[in-house]
Design a protein around this ligand. Structure first.
Ligand code: BJW
Length: 268
């Protein structure tokens, strides 16, 4: 359970009950809710986040070696092996109660859009219907040189051992996961769509992101400037907390079901 709500920039601490009720009130009146999720959303499914000191996905690697075009060009087998290992991890895990609660929110609010930085596909698996995957999807593939989409069945791996990637049948360049690496643009039009929705939404739920990676990190700011109530759900204060209207401290898998249960009770 979460103990104490913390209002960033505010005058003091509010109890969790007051904060959660304020969030529920805002959601009950909302026409459009944007749920902006990051790696912390999937932590309780057993997927490590990126920036946790000990267990994060970067703990044993330098991100520049793995999540950049230069890293792949230098050692495609290393990067392909790392992603195959992560695909295996995701394949063995499932969405948790927090993902399911976000999907259930669609029954309680006229429009809910999930804007996620996650590449694991758990929101779709949980039943959310409108999802913008800003950083791509680990189970989709394209070629390195030409971005040709490649529909192949790639076996997952139990280890992150180096493995040569398959070759694009059209141009012969190595195949890579269709995700967004550092220095790459987000999929065309997708970010603009996310920005428009963020500006228009009544409530933005910001769930489990450190708010360190642009341009996704700017969306809560866009929502706040557009007049939305920004509700952050995170186990720790983050870069987003500075301008969140409400900070609910605790795990997404506990807080989101509580919010939905209270909304359901209001509607009953
Ligand atoms: C919980 C929890 C629980 C834990 N419940 N919460 C200088 C200034 C500004 C920008 C830049 C700059 N230098 C470079 C840039 C641009 C760069 C960037 O932002 N870099 C920063 C590191 C500074 N951005 C880009 O390059 C982007 N493209 C771009 O900007 O294009 C324009 C451009 C082009 C050319 C040149 C320059 C600009 C692309 C970014 C792509 C990011 N890709 C990755 C990898 C995806 C593929 C893969 O998965 O391998 O995306 S990096 C990684 O970080 C991944 C994530 O989606 C992303 C964000 O991480 P996230 O989700 O916030 O996770 P964490 O781990 O950071 O945080 C987890 C949070 O959860 C924590 O707060 C916990 O407390 C919390 N939590 N358990 C609730 N149970």
């Amino acid at each position: 359970m979460f103990d104490v709500g913390y209002r960033a920039g505010g005058t003091g601490k509010l109890t969790d009950v007051e904060d959660i009720e304020t969030a529920v009130d805002a959601l009950a009146k909302a026409q459009l809710v944007v749920a902006a999720s990051g790696a912390g959303m999937s932590k309780e499914s057993g997927i490590p986040t990126f920036r946790d000191a000990q267990s994060g996905l970067w703990a044993r690697y330098n991100p520049e070696e793995l999540a950049t075009r230069q890293g792949f060009a230098q050692n495609p087998a290393r990067v392909w092996g790392w992603y195959n290992y992560r695909r295996g991890l995701i394949a063995r895990r499932a969405p948790h109660a927090g993902h399911l609660a976000l999907a259930a929110l669609e029954e309680l609010v006229p429009q809910v859009v999930v804007v996620t930085q996650n590449i694991d596909g758990f929101h779709r698996e949980a039943g959310s219907s409108t999802i913008l995957e800003l950083h791509g999807n680990i189970n989709r593939f394209k070629c390195f040189d030409q971005d040709h989409p490649v529909g192949i069945d790639v076996p997952v791996a139990d280890t992150d051992a180096e493995l040569e990637p398959p070759i694009c049948p059209r141009c012969g360049s190595p195949i890579r996961p269709d995700v967004v690496w550092f220095g790459e643009m987000l999929p065309s039009g997708l970010f603009q769509q996310a920005e428009t929705l963020s500006r228009a939404c009544d409530v933005m739920l910001v769930i489990g992101t450190s708010g360190m990676v642009q341009p996704a990190a700017g969306l809560p700011f866009v929502a706040e400037a557009g007049g939305a109530t920004v509700v952050e759900v995170n186990t720790e204060p983050s870069q987003v907390s500075h301008y969140a209207s409400i900070f609910l401290q605790g795990p997404a898998g506990e807080i989101l079901p509580q919010i939905v249960a209270r909304l359901e009770a209001l509607r009953a």
